[in-house]
Ligand binder design. Structure first.
Ligand code: SF4
Ligand code: SF4
Ligand code: SF4
Length: 599
């Protein structure tokens, strides 16, 4: 890219051709006030807060004016200050900005500019009309009385999230942010990704959970990775005391570039399942709290020294960290199983980055909006404006169906493949594949209709496959050699040797979403290591508390095969221990019992 020479406030500078004045100024550490501009969004030029003098004629918006050779930019003069102050006066006068009553006070870009530019009175009496609020959304509050119509929310929802939920209705001072052409927020196509809240510079779009509990600058921001799905979005987690105020997508994370989804941003903060904080052992059919040492002793007894790990097996969820999996492998050896398949049914040939320039997405049997929101965003922001084609194959309800004309059932896979073959670069995206479509897709991923290998010559069409693993660390399970094996068929249970007393052995279930334990294993003693004391684990003979999301750190392997690290954000209750810590306690108990027997 050619470099352009220009001046800002008399200083000679260089920047790449095509950059705006604002970008060039920021790159050189020069401050120009902005409101509607956002680094993650395309320039909009709406609010005129960033006006500068650049060449002859009227003041120009720095955010939407490209630099030109020998341009002489002035960022501060009485004319510029007057223009900016007028913008501020109009914005403050147009709606209700009595900061004292606003949730965003102290963290509002409009308020900050008021202070910075010296706003000390209202030139225009604030407009007294009451504008609507919408409190129907489970996570987000909308107060149009604070809106400055910068349209950051509209642009983020469409251009970053690919959701296209928000717009602007009415004209002039009556303009309002519109949700799905006048739908209540909770009855709209909103996916609860929260991007609009993240970019709103004022107190218009507010995270309900964070309201009045503290400002961003009162919280500590911790960069972490989301372990709610295998995408592994980068997160900014704001913690105040031992409480999470809010979660934002990390703008600088190459995986998601600030985008995230309901599962990462909101779902964990609204998890109301009863928390387990102390081990409980069933006695005469009733759970009774017990100490960590007794619980560990009880578990060690099951793993008795005469049959190391004999009579026991562990069944784990793919949300466990690599460190916890390693500890369980140490304890159970080869007797660790997963509940899900860990090996992709088709060779995985695509990475997330391949979505950026594909022209066709063949999505089979997965609702990306609901299960893998960031992947959904990555493709919808290209398919909805027509930059790429979505071919959807699903037998059930799929919220993406409303966004494409190419919707097929599994039976019509051939029709879907006809459309997919028209692509120059087609990416098949799937999670679980019924056998009926796995085989034709396997062969499709290897050959073109003319029986020529995809991509084997320059310009040949490509057909890549992107596997969406079921759980955040499914690939970590695979790397640790943990798979379903023959689980949950009877032969897996046959690995449980019956003791002389006739017991059927012990199954340790480990994870946060354990379900139907008894129906999975009949006749065995059951242990559940889990953060929650739900009805789903009531069949267990012993329940043992482990950390909930955000209460433990560790590494996991993303769907791209990268080793990611999530940080511990919250301190768990005193009785809660990580899986690795429980394993260490069990090992200590077993050692003690060996020593005692040796005496
Ligand atoms: S949105 Fe900002 S400027 Fe308006 S009332 Fe709230 S804090 Fe004040
Ligand atoms: S939460 Fe996401 S999908 Fe919903 S309106 Fe905001 S940006 Fe759009
Ligand atoms: S809701 Fe917020 S982001 Fe959207 S236009 Fe209003 S002030 Fe801007």
């Amino acid at each position: 890219m050619a470099l352009v020479k220009f001046k800002i406030d008399g200083e000679e500078l260089e920047a790449e051709e095509g950059k705006t004045i604002l970008q060039a100024a920021h790159e050189n550490g020069i401050d120009i006030p902005t409101l509607c501009d956002h680094a993650a969004l395309l320039p909009f030029g709406g609010c005129r807060m960033c006006v500068v003098q650049a060449g002859p004629g009227a003041l120009k918006p720095a955010c939407a004016t490209p630099i030109a050779p020998n341009m002489n930019v002035i960022t501060d003069s009485s004319e510029i200050r007057e223009a900016r102050m007028m913008v501020l006066q109009l914005l403050f006068g147009e709606r209700n900005h009595y900061c004292m009553y606003c949730e965003s006070t102290g963290q509002c870009e409009l308020q900050d500019l008021g202070y910075k530019l010296g706003l000390d009175h209202f030139e225009f009496f604030p407009y007294e009309k009451r504008f609507p609020e919408d409190v129907t959304h489970p996570y987000i509050l909308v107060d149009q009385n604070r809106c400055i119509l910068c349209r950051r929310c509209v642009r983020a929802c469409a251009d970053l999230g690919g959701h296209w939920v928000l717009g602007v209705k009415n004209r002039g001072y009556q303009s309002l942010i519109d949700i799905d052409m006048d739908a209540p927020f909770n009855n709209s196509s909103c996916t609860s990704c929260g991007l609009c809240v993240q970019v709103c510079p004022t107190g218009t779009l507010v995270d309900k959970r964070a309201s009045y509990l503290g400002r961003k600058d009162q919280a500590e921001m911790i960069l972490s990775r989301c372990d709610r799905c295998p995408v592994g979005c980068g997160l900014e987690v704001y913690r105040r005391s031992n409480y999470i105020l809010k979660i934002y997508g990390d703008w600088n994370c190459p995986t998601n570039g600030g985008v995230t989804c309901r599962l990462g941003r909101y779902a964990p903060l609204y998890d109301e399942r009863p928390r387990l904080t102390t081990p409980k052992l069933k006695e005469s059919g009733v759970w009774t709290p017990t100490s960590a040492e007794k619980a560990a002793q009880w578990m060690a007894g099951k793993l008795d020294a005469e049959h190391p790990a004999g009579g026991c097996l562990a069944v784990v969820e793919g949300s466990l960290s690599n460190e916890d999996l390693a500890a369980l492998k140490r304890l159970f050896g080869e007797r660790v199983f997963s509940l899900q398949d860990v090996i992709p049914p088709l060779p995985a040939t695509a990475k997330l980055q391949d979505l950026a320039d594909a022209d066709t997405y063949l999505v089979v049997g997965v609702d990306l909006n609901r299960e893998y929101g960031t992947v959904g965003s990555l493709i919808k922001r290209r398919t909805i404006p027509g930059a790429a084609k979505l071919v959807l194959v699903d037998d059930g309800f799929n919220s993406l169906a409303a966004t494409t004309d190419f919707v097929f059932t599994m039976k019509d896979l051939d029709g879907a493949l006809v459309e997919a073959r028209k692509g120059r670069k087609t990416v098949l995206i799937y999670s679980r594949l019924p056998e009926t479509v796995a085989e034709p897709l396997r062969s499709e991923s290897q050959f073109t209709p003319t029986n020529r290998k995809y991509g084997d010559s320059p310009g040949a069409p490509q057909f890549l496959t992107l596997f969406l693993p079921y759980e955040s660390n499914t690939l970590g399970l695979a790397q640790a050699g943990i798979g379903p094996g023959v689980w949950p068929s009877k032969s897996a249970l046959e690995r449980l040797p019956s003791s002389e007393a006739g017991s059927e052995g012990t199954v340790f279930f480990v994870g946060e979403n354990l379900r139907d334990l008894k129906s999975r294993v009949r006749g065995a003693t059951l242990v559940a290591l889990t953060p929650f004391e739900t009805d789903e684990v009531k069949a267990a003979d012993l329940i043992v508390p482990i950390p909930a999301v955000f209460e433990s750190e560790g590494s996991f392997v993303s769907m791209n095969g990268e080793l990611l690290r999530k940080e511990r954000i919250l301190e768990p209750g005193e009785g809660v221990r990580s899986v690795s810590a429980w394993v260490a306690l069990i090992e200590a108990q077993r050692l003690q019992s060996v020593v005692a027997k040796g005496k």
